[in-house]
Every structure is written in structure tokens, then in C-alpha cells.
Design a protein around this ligand. Structure first.
Ligand SMILES: *[C@@H]1O[C@H](CO)[C@@H](O)[C@H](O)[C@H]1NC(C)=O
Ligand SMILES: *[C@@H]1O[C@H](CO)[C@@H](O)[C@H](O)[C@H]1NC(C)=O
Length: 236
């Protein structure tokens, strides 16, 4: 009985000892946005963030590098299956968890960026399945190298970058569980479905991204506002 108590005590002590570690790690994540005293300099910070290196040409170059790699997927697929499995099959029976096209990209620039970053984070998880089935895929290597860079640059352009979070570990498990079946052919086809789907997502996403980025700054929208005020004044 006393040994049970000791165990419980030990667990409590260990938990208490582990806690400071967790807390110590937390401020690291919080610091970039946790600048309450510097509220006034916030705008300067924002301006600098927008004009600094993350340039569009850069991000487009990364995007194109990844796409060049995913474009070779059909050829690899046809070589592997020797024409016995049709490539078009990959567009069928796609799990709902695969973000196909950028879901919110027509709504607004912010919604588009959020949706892009979110989709890329989901694919980061799904790629683990591809990795499991095809250890040395050069496509996976290229996508894994490029996607974190794309996410960083997209988040730098978002007003509320914190709103996009990576899937939690239980969400991650859930995503991967539905792909992990005993049937080898099923697993391989799923791996190929992911590569096919990520290619479509990136093609579509790049187009949407460029469309929003080429739009005039939102300030121009407000030019019409004073006119409207004048009008209401004269009417009144
Ligand atoms: C798309 O927009 C809806 C409504 O604003 C939101 O609930 C959803 O989370 C968004 N999806 C993504 C992937 O950003
Ligand atoms: C795959 O990678 C592993 C380790 O990096 C290597 O040992 C193996 O030879 C590679 N296989 C192929 C088919 O390239």
C-alpha cells in the first residue's frame, strides 16, 4: 500500500519536474507576436515584414521548383505500373481529407492564404504515408523541402498567421490511419493519390496566390469613401 503511495508521489514529483520544461519552451513560440508594450511600433514591424526578402519572385521560384518535381509523377507512375493501372484512376475515390483545390481561394486574400497554408500543412502529414511506401522518392524529397518554405512565406503575408495551425498529433494519426490498410496495392495507390492531389493543389494554389498578389492594394478601395460621405452630406 505504501509502495503504491510512493509511486503516486513519484509520479507527482516527476510531473512537477517536467512542467517547468514545458513552460520554458512556451515563450519561444509566443515571442514573435507577444509584443504588447511595442504596440506603437507594430505598424513599422508590419511594413518591414512585407517589404523584406520574402519576395514574390522568390516564392514563385520555390513553387515552380516543387511543381517541376510533381509534374514528373505521371511518368514515374506509368513506369512503375507499366501501363497496367490507369493514371486517371488516381482522381477517383480520393479521401475527403485531401484538400483538392484551394477551398477558400475565391473568398478573400486572407482566406486564400489561410487555406493555402492549411492545405500545405495537411499534405505535410499525408506525405508521411508516401514516405512509408516509397522511401526514396525524389518527388517527396522536393516537396518536403519546398513546402515549409512556401508556408513560411505565405504566413508572412497573412494578417492573422496564428489562425493556421498544423494538425495536432491526434488529427495526424487520424489522417494517416485511414490510409494504412493491410492491402499493399491499396497503400501504394493512396501514396500515388496523395502525390497526384498535391500537384493539383499546388497548381491551383499558385494561380490563386498570384491572382490575389497582383491585385491593387486594398487602400485604393477607400478612395471612393469621401465621395460617398460628401454625397450623403449634400442630400441631408
Ligand atoms: C474556409 O472558410 C470557412 C468559412 O469561413 C472556414 O470555416 C474554413 O475553416 C475555411 N477552410 C480553410 C481550409 O481555410
Ligand atoms: C534508398 O535510400 C537508402 C538510404 O538513403 C539507400 O540505402 C538505398 O540504396 C536507396 N534505394 C534506392 C532504390 O535508391
Amino acid at each position: 500500500m505504501s509502495s503504491k503511495l510512493n509511486l503516486r508521489l513519484l509520479a507527482a514529483v516527476m510531473l512537477a519536474a517536467a512542467l517547468p520544461l514545458c513552460v520554458k519552451g512556451a515563450p519561444l513560440e509566443v515571442t514573435p507576436t507577444d509584443l504588447p508594450q511595442g504596440e506603437a511600433s507594430g505598424e513599422e514591424e508590419e511594413d518591414r515584414r512585407i517589404s523584406d526578402p520574402p519576395r514574390d519572385s522568390n516564392i514563385i521560384e520555390i513553387w515552380e521548383r516543387v511543381l517541376k518535381s510533381t509534374e514528373s509523377h505521371q511518368q514515374e507512375f506509368d513506369e512503375e505500373f507499366q501501363g497496367n493501372v490507369k493514371y486517371d484512376l488516381l482522381d477517383k475515390d480520393k479521401p475527403r481529407s485531401f484538400p483538392a483545390k484551394c477551398p477558400n481561394c475565391t473568398l478573400s486574400k486572407e482566406a486564400c492564404l489561410q487555406s493555402l497554408a492549411h492545405g500545405m500543412l495537411v499534405y505535410t502529414v499525408l506525405l508521411k504515408h508516401v514516405d512509408r511506401e516509397y522511401h526514396n522518392s525524389s518527388i517527396v524529397a522536393a516537396v518536403k523541402a519546398g513546402i515549409p518554405q512556401l508556408i513560411t512565406q505565405i504566413k508572412a503575408k497573412m494578417r492573422n498567421a496564428d489562425s493556421v495551425a498544423a494538425p495536432t498529433s491526434s488529427e495526424e494519426q487520424q489522417l494517416l490511419k485511414e490510409l494504412d490498410r493491410p492491402d499493399l496495392f491499396y497503400r501504394k495507390m493512396m501514396a500515388h493519390r496523395i502525390l497526384r492531389s498535391i500537384h493539383i493543389f499546388l497548381v491551383d494554389g499558385k494561380r490563386s496566390y498570384q491572382k490575389w498578389m497582383s491585385k491593387k492594394k486594398p487602400e485604393s478601395f477607400y478612395i471612393s469613401k469621401p465621395k460617398h460621405q460628401e454625397y450623403t452630406k449634400t442630400v441631408a
